[in-house]
Design a protein around this ligand. Structure first.
Ligand code: PLP
Length: 412
């Protein structure tokens, strides 16, 4: 793509009425933000809001039934990621899991002062790293390539005998790019560091078998895999000295205090089991079709992320010269939900830290839209998107402001 292509984009005709299909029902392509609960998940949870309201710590029958439900859910979650039941700690979600994991790892390795992480982590890890840095922890942030792939040489350089913990996400929430976490964990282990991975986006979309890796800590969240919000799990490798983030009662074997959220835990168990059995090949085919057709119909657009190592459901497409927030607004009017950059930073017009770390030129980064499909996405959903996006982008491109991308940096 080059300036000529962008000129052609400026000349593209304005298409059909983009609001025409708004009454055809919503199209939800923001599954990396959250997912609807699967009906089986809701059904499994419901009794624990009413008849089965017992406290798992209570000694009588109702407590025993709640305890049994938590035990069963723990087994389901453990099986879904290849861990043992005793290695699962229920949390309030991905953010708590990452905070608990990193802080516990630093405490378990008190003579070492360094946290190695990456430049593209979710705020759950990034903000904690920033905070820890102000409290004397040395933070090394490993850069990424223009594809979003981790700079492995820089990763190697960041490792040393002073590293207490490495925290690297498994899958990026904005671009879907995967990091080779099993390999990174091996390298961390070789220098005596603990390894945590934020697997919030990977869980439920990729096969996870922690026992086959050197990963020590892995956090994930229920609401990204058709489970409830406000629940997640942290895998803690057996034998790891774990200091809890939340102290109080002896719940979760002293690793996370507070009366268990039984309905949500039950829901997470069912959601994790369903997700582990899911086949993503159909979703990936839909994602690939969406991308191929948008790229064919829209000039000066590019797919961001490592196309060789990417989640099957995520497509981050940058439309040069179009403002992503405006595209989202027009999509919303057409009944289509998508995101720009990270959902958490939507509303900000600055390119996200992820796209900046990838050195995506501003004119593209500001026009980056993330479509994230779910197991519920249909071919008709994709057709709806294809029917409106080219015209929306053409409409929103300034008649002929000509940004000058740096094609040599790109990988479209
Ligand atoms: N990590 C990643 C990669 C995420 O995408 C998210 C949520 O978007 C989180 C962590 C936070 O998870 P939770 O919402 O469960 O706290």
């Amino acid at each position: 793509m080059n300036a000529t292509a962008l000129e052609a984009a400026c000349d593209a005709p304005i298409g059909a009425d983009q609001d025409a299909d708004a009454n055809a029902g919503p199209v939800y392509l923001d599954a990396n933000a959250t997912t609807p609960m699967a009906p089986a998940v809701l059904a499994a949870m419901l009794p624990y809001f009413s008849a089965e309201f017992g406290n798992p710590s209570s000694p009588y029958a109702a407590g025993g039934r709640a305890r049994a439900a938590v035990t069963e859910a723990r087994a389901r979650v453990a099986a879904a990621i290849g861990g043992e039941d005793s290695e699962i700690v229920f949390t309030s979600g991905g953010t708590e899991g990452a905070n608990a994991a990193i802080r516990a790892a630093l405490k378990a390795n008190p003579k070492r002062r360094v946290l190695v992480t990456t430049a593209v982590e979710h705020a759950a890890v990034r903000t904690l790293a920033d905070r820890l840095e102000t409290r004397g922890v040395i933070v090394r942030r490993v850069p990424v390539e223009s594809t979003g792939a981790l700079d492995i040489a820089a990763f190697e350089d960041a490792l040393g005998p002073d590293v207490a913990v490495v925290s690297a996400m498994w899958a990026n929430n904005e671009t879907g790019t995967l990091f080779p976490v099993a390999e990174l964990a091996e390298r961390a282990k070789a220098v005596g560091a603990l390894f945590h991975t934020d697997a919030v986006q990977a869980a439920g979309k990729l096969t996870i078998d922690v026992a086959a890796t050197a990963i020590d800590l892995l956090s994930f969240s229920g609401h990204k895999l058709h489970g409830p919000k406000g629940i997640g799990a942290l895998y803690v490798r057996r034998g790891l000295k774990f200091s809890p983030l939340i102290v109080g009662g002896r719940q979760e074997r002293g690793r996370r205090a507070g009366t268990e959220n039984v309905p949500a835990i039950v829901g997470l168990g069912v959601a994790a089991e369903l997700a582990a059995a899911a086949d993503w090949s159909g979703v990936q085919a839909l994602r690939d079709r969406l991308e191929a057709e948008l790229m064919a119909r829209i000039t000066a657009a590019m797919v961001l992320g490592d196309r060789g190592a990417r989640l099957p459901n995520t497509s981050c497409i940058a439309f040069a010269g179009a403002d992503a927030e405006a595209v989202l607004h027009r999509l919303d009017r057409a009944g289509i939900a998508a995101a720009s950059g990270a959902a958490c930073s939507s509303g900000s017009i600055e390119p996200s830290h992820v796209l900046r770390a990838m050195a995506v030129p501003d004119t593209f980064a500001r026009g980056a839209v993330r479509f994230s499909l779910s197991r519920d996405t249909t071919a008709a959903d994709i057709d709806r998107v294809l029917a409106v996006v080219p015209a929306i982008v053409a409409d929103l491109r300034p008649p002929c402001r000509r940004p000058s991308p740096s094609p040599e940096k790109l990988h479209a």
